[in-house]
Design a protein around this ligand. Structure first.
Ligand code: FES
Ligand code: FES
Length: 171
């Protein structure tokens, strides 16, 4: 599948670069301006609007995705840097029939209110649990320090992540 993503109407004069990448298990090809942010490719080019844009300045973490399993703020990375890499967004967490344990955890522990920070929180938490299946509360809080939430006060988010960790360990 080819996706052409330009930043604005004058973009015809801007050279584009072809990139190939995988997102949520699907292989894609896109022609993008070198200046295009990965977050814009994901949201505007691919229509995966679960990746939210809060600050556009690397502060809030709402745009967090996984690139080769590493949590990345997608407003901080250029789309061309995704060439040859594997991206995961919140849309790829659940299967057709089951929520991911993190999604179950956020649901059960009321780890969200407005939900704006939630996709980024979940992806950041997934990167943590992929590396450390049994994090302490302190480790979880430290890991999520780059993701801001204006609603919950963080306690329920941390409980949601620890619940998911226990579920994934079969505890
Ligand atoms: S939108 Fe990327 S960190 Fe806030
Ligand atoms: S639930 Fe509203 S910003 Fe986190």
């Amino acid at each position: 599948m080819t996706i052409v993503v330009n930043d604005d109407a004058s973009a015809e004069q801007v050279p584009v670069r072809r990139i190939r990448f995988t997102i949520n298990g699907a292989r894609k090809m896109a022609e993008v301006e070198p200046r295009l942010l990965l977050s814009h490719l994901i949201r505007r080019g691919l229509g995966l609007t679960g990746t939210h844009m809060g600050c556009d300045t690397t502060n809030c973490g709402a745009c967090t995705v996984l690139v080769d399993g590493i949590a990345v703020k997608s407003c901080t990375m250029l789309a061309v840097q995704a060439d040859g890499h594997e991206i995961s967004t919140v849309e790829g967490l659940a299967t057709a029939s089951e929520l991911h344990p993190l999604q179950e955890g956020f649901k059960d522990e009321h780890g969200l209110q407005c939900g704006f920070c939630t996709p980024g929180m979940m992806l950041a938490a997934k990167a943590l649990l992929d590396r450390n299946p049994d994090p302490t509360e302190t480790e979880t809080r430290y890991w999520l320090a780059g993701n801001l939430c204006r609603c919950t006060g963080y306690d329920k988010i941390v409980r949601a992540v620890l619940d998911a960790a226990a579920e994934m360990r079969g505890a």
